[in-house]
Ligand binder design. Structure first.
Ligand code: CDP
Ligand code: MG
Length: 162
């Protein structure tokens, strides 16, 4: 099924000069970038993106850390489309704690924060955000992009990859 999903290159990804490297990984898999922008995140947007669900999952401190962190510098927002895109993008990104992420994933190749360290410090820099479910993706895309910022076009590789 063709799906659309949201990816954010978080401030650590931007500040480490990994924008191109990260985007390349989605492109080389045959996924289509249908929207992209660099933006400084308002606190109000950050609060809608990282909802109270984050506090329930990881604790209040983690949410506070994330809100400060995501608003601390520019991020790149991407809308990505493709067959089974929500799941494939999460696989390319790798698991939440980079120390546990597989080699070959973005988090596994460019970061190494361990789960223990992240939990002790209530923080884990892991370069990218990717929507977890199709339902989340729809909500998050609507937060980050207006309809006229999203584009559709044919990728030359479509007939070979999809
Ligand atoms: O990003 P992902 O969906 O893999 O993980 P999440 O469980 O939705 O958590 C959102 C974000 O919280 C993670 O990507 C980490 O950046 C951050 N986090 C953290 O800073 N410290 C933790 N102990 C757990 C998560
Ligand atoms: Mg998540």
């Amino acid at each position: 099924m063709i799906q659309q999903t949201l990816v954010l290159i978080k401030p650590d990804g931007v500040q480490r000069g990994l924008i191109g490297e990260i985007i390349k990984r989605f492109e080389q898999r045959g996924l289509k970038i249908i929207a992209m922008k660099m933006c400084r995140v308002e606190r109000s947007l950050a609060e809608k993106h990282y909802t109270e669900d984050i506090s329930k999952k990881h604790g209040k401190e983690v949410r506070e850390y994330l809100l400060d962190y995501i608003t601390s510098g520019p991020v790149i927002a991407l809308a990505i489309q493709g067959s089974d895109a929500v799941r494939i993008v999460r696989k390319i990104v790798g698991s939440t704690y980079p120390g546990e992420a597989d080699i070959g994933t973005i988090r596994g190749d460019f970061a190494h924060v361990s789960k223990e360290y992240a939990k002790k410090k209530n923080q884990g820099k892991n370069l990218v955000h990717a929507s977890e479910t199709e339902e989340d993706a729809k909500k998050e895309l609507a937060l980050w992009f207006s309809v006229d910022e999203i584009h559709d076009y044919k990728l030359a590789v479509e007939e070979h990859i999809l």
